[in-house]
Design a protein around this ligand. Sequence first.
Ligand SMILES: [Zn+2]
Length: 452
Amino acid sequence: MPTISVTLCAEVPELAEGPGALSWSMVEAWAVAMREEVPAAALAVSLEQVQDQLIDRVCGPRWLPVRGLPAPFGCPGCGVMQDFARKGKRTRARRVDTSVGVVRLQLANVGCRDCGRVFAPLLLMLDLTGRRRTDRLAVDLAELASQMSFARAGAVAHSFGVPASPGRAHQAVADIAPRLASVGRVELGGPSRAAVVVLDGTGVRAGRRRLGVNTNIALGLSARSGPRRRRRAQTALLGLTVDQPWSAMATQLAALETPTMVVVDGELAVTRVAELTWPDVPIQRCWWHLARALRWALYADKAPHRWSRDKRGELTELLRSTAREHLTHAQALARYDAFVDSVRAEDHHAALELLTGARDQVFTCLQPGIRHDLRRLGGPELGSGLLERVMRELNARTDIGGSRWSVDGLRDLITIQLTRMTHHPAWTTLRQSTHPPNPIDFKINHLKFNAG
Ligand SMILES: [Zn+2]
């Protein structure tokens, strides 16, 4: 294996007293400047050495060209794999934006003696033809942009010496999202099964309509192996649609294996798609959504503000306590009915309708058979807890700046955010391909010319 060597030279001030002398903050600033410049520069110099070795091998020494030597590449013109001649260096450096900064390569050309085509073999062999930016950089920027605003993502990456800007972060999301094609597509390798399927719809300010567009999400929960006491649920992204009715999600759901239970957010269309897809699977109302919807219903009923807030808290606590205290289904319903009576006593119609409408589905997870089947997942409330966490993160990202998303832009962003959060196979595979472990051994030489 050929060896490449790169030398670093620096003019370091002397250790002395007074202004201009070497200080710790000075060397640290120097190190930060090196972090920003050395990796890309070292890479360019190393690749140029690799390039020189390749051309020596293929064309013979500079002062003594050899005819008919075999090459490890084919001529892009005629496909021939031998007999190339040196054609000098290109005058302008080739810029490639990478995760470690801007790499500027001085490319060497060769000419095919068969067809006369002139090209740079290094670009050909590293598969860099036509590329201005590496996939790894795009994935890094998209990953950042799915966790913070485009402006911040650009600034954060830039502060680490990465060629980045808000526009580039935005572009990275648009470039990477279409490569996560197996989202909601079992036939393309998306997750195909989950013990619990959680369906949720949320409105996001996007597109031209005043109320924004619907973002519909199907999440799955499965048991994760691990120590018995700390066994927790694993989340999977099973389906995602933006600006489409729930019926569009039905196709994505129909490809899944039948789950043990479905958690719905309470919207009629969501319940309908669950019933249509899996007529025999029991339906659970999401506790988090129910408590939230109660607050809205009481608002519509013009109930006193403070009282409404307390009632929401009371319902949340009631639902959680049924799980914590291991109540039976009948005991939990009795507690729920007592709560409903307290709302009925105040004559709040919308709230009453909500609570009585949810009654049949509010404690499905406490049915003995389902409780048994799902015990490995943790508590019965975890479907709701998971959804709450995911939706909070999603809303936090999409609400930034109060700006309006394009439908495509929103879909791209949510796709990346959710695949990353749930370790979707599409995201994991893409990331592994762009972030492989480093196979190249290197050591830093400590040359001590004046030693002794
Ligand atoms: Zn050729």
